[in-house]
Design a protein around this ligand. Structure first.
Ligand code: G6P
Length: 367
């Protein structure tokens, strides 16, 4: 079917706005709304015997894997490794018997990810893929394939594919944790409820679109932009930086907030916007203190947080966006939306080809 932009000027913006709906679709397929428990398809192997998880992807899909590592380790208590397909496939890593290998790909056709999958297969891993294309090569070559339900993604810079990947990964983690007994039924219900609320909270986040368009004016003038986050906020910092460089061609870097002292702090001056991803979770105070270090050096902080975080910090940032207060488990999903919108508006101000940025391909099927 022919896909149009509707009333949106670009596919990317349309796809950002579709996120509440498509995440709802992904949840509909994997959660049972009546008992608030996960409802995964049957697995042809025993999830309780999984000893290690290896997650592989490229680009934005790799970033989804990085978020999932925190979830697998903290919620399901399973040692988890994440790697970029083009590195992993050549490393000759030994993979443990009974290991689970999770491949994340919007297209299901990325050459390096497919090669890594073939390697994991030879290493006797159970293979799950998380893809957006049901009949893709990756889906066909997996033991279990979970669909992201994002619908066709046209913008080269991935948006709704990423947030639906996170949604599906969150469900997978809960399923694994429940079966391994690392969470009780009440916790499972709490996490499922938090996920169920993500579509409507995401709609609230979309209400900040105009505000982010204003903030984009400050960012559009920069030569370099730094994104900082901790915990699951760190991969979102990486993803925010990736979005910005892909479509606005401004150099951007995502960094773990605690690692900033070990390098990027040298770059900070009055011309450097620093986007701080800081939901009020157990790491908030640490991130806030990194932010103070940035402000002390004249950096222009754009602070993404919630009511509690903003109250704690006081009025010190150059710009603040107040996001809804949510369970920290789902915060990385919600905090993705403002970094997508920010990159989008900067690109529009720069006059770039937002949906088809130079030199990039939607799907990389050659090495
Ligand atoms: C390309 C696209 C990215 C995407 C990456 C991985 O670089 O431009 O948006 O994240 O490939 O693609 P996949 O289809 O495997 O998720």
């Amino acid at each position: 079917a022919l896909i149009g932009k509707g009333n949106f000027p670009h596919f990317m913006l349309k796809e950002i706005y579709e996120q509440p709906t498509v995440m709802g679709d992904a949840l509909h397929a994997l959660l049972n709304p009546w008992n608030q428990l996960v409802a995964m398809p049957p697995f042809p192997f025993d999830l309780t015997r999984v000893t290690k998880v290896t997650i592989i992807g490229c680009g934005t899909s790799y970033h989804a894997g990085l978020v999932a590592k925190y979830w697998f380790e903290t919620v399901a208590r399973i040692p988890t490794e994440v790697d970029i397909a083009s590195e992993f496939r050549y490393r000759g890593a030994d993979m443990p018997q009974g290991g689970l290998a999770v491949f994340i790909s919007q297209s299901g056709e990325t050459a390096d990810t497919l090669a890594a999958l073939a390697y994991a297969r030879k290493q006797g891993q159970h293979i799950i893929s998380i893809v957006n294309v049901a009949e893709s090569s990756m889906a066909r070559q997996s033991d279990v394939s979970l669909l992201t339900q994002a619908g066709p993604e046209i913008g080269v810079a991935s948006t709704k594919a990423f947030t639906t990947q996170l949604t599906v990964l969150a469900c997978l983690v809960i399923a694994l944790a429940a079966r391994r007994g690392t969470i009780d039924r009440e916790t499972e219900q709490r996490l499922c409820r938090a996920l169920t609320e993500v579509p409507s909270r995401s709609n609230d986040v979309l209400n900040h679109d105009q505000r982010l368009a204003e903030i984009a004016r400050q960012v559009a003038e920069a030569r370099d932009v730094l994104y900082l986050g901790r915990g699951t906020g760190y991969p979102i910092a990486l993803e925010g930086a990736l979005k910005l460089k892909e479509i606005s061609y401004i150099h951007a870097e995502g960094y773990a907030a605690g690692e900033m002292k070990h390098g990027p702090i040298a770059l900070i001056d009055e011309n450097m916007p620093i986007i701080v991803i800081a939901p009020s979770d157990n790491l908030f105070d640490k991130t806030a203190s990194n932010m103070q270090e940035v402000i002390a050096r004249g950096g222009k902080v754009i602070f993404l947080s919630d009511k509690a975080g903003i109250e704690k910090l006081g009025d010190v940032a150059a710009a603040t966006v107040e996001l809804p207060e949510v369970d920290p488990f789902v915060a990385p999903i919600l905090y993705t939306i403002p970094v997508q919108l920010l990159a989008y508006h900067v690109a529009v101000l720069k006059g770039t080809d937002v949906d088809q940025p130079r030199n990039l391909a939607k799907s990389v099927t050659v090495e």
